[in-house]
Ligand binder design. Sequence first.
Ligand code: ATP
Ligand code: MG
Length: 152
Amino acid sequence: QCINLSHIVESSISKFQIHAKKKQQEMVYNKTDNDYKIIGDANRIEQVIKNIISNAVKYSNEGDSITINVYEESSYVVVMIEDTGMGIPNEDLTRIFDRFYRVDKARSRAMGGTGLGLAIAKEIMDCHGGHINVTSEVGVGTCFYLYFPYEA
Ligand code: ATP
Ligand code: MG
């Protein structure tokens, strides 16, 4: 199925604007003229993007900001979701994609959720021939990259 990734990103963002606003967070989407069309399951891809955005809101503090960019890189279109939140310790970075893995058990329990979001995201990205990457620094922020196969 040919789907419009740019539209999915925009509608996902609009669903979280209110949550971000409640936490005084600024959510910035740098819109491009391009509409990126890819092959995939729109609902599953929306599920991935919404999980990453919800994490960014959930694991960032008041006044932090969330930036979303969509751009082309070699044979991929990349959705980048960056936050200036609490960050993830290096030793946890490889494990956050495991089922039920959560960095701070006590804190996470208080915040709700299951620890499945990123495991599901990784699986959905694999199914689409794509992948998911993360970079993070404690106290500085986190950046997730979603790579979707793309032909211009
Ligand atoms: P669920 O998504 O099932 O509601 P969850 O958000 O805890 O629960 P994941 O989305 O899989 O589960 O994330 C796993 C863990 O990775 C989180 O519990 C959190 O500790 C850490 N994490 C994910 N995204 C971020 C982020 N943007 N900043 C800091 N930590 C994060
Ligand atoms: Mg989550």
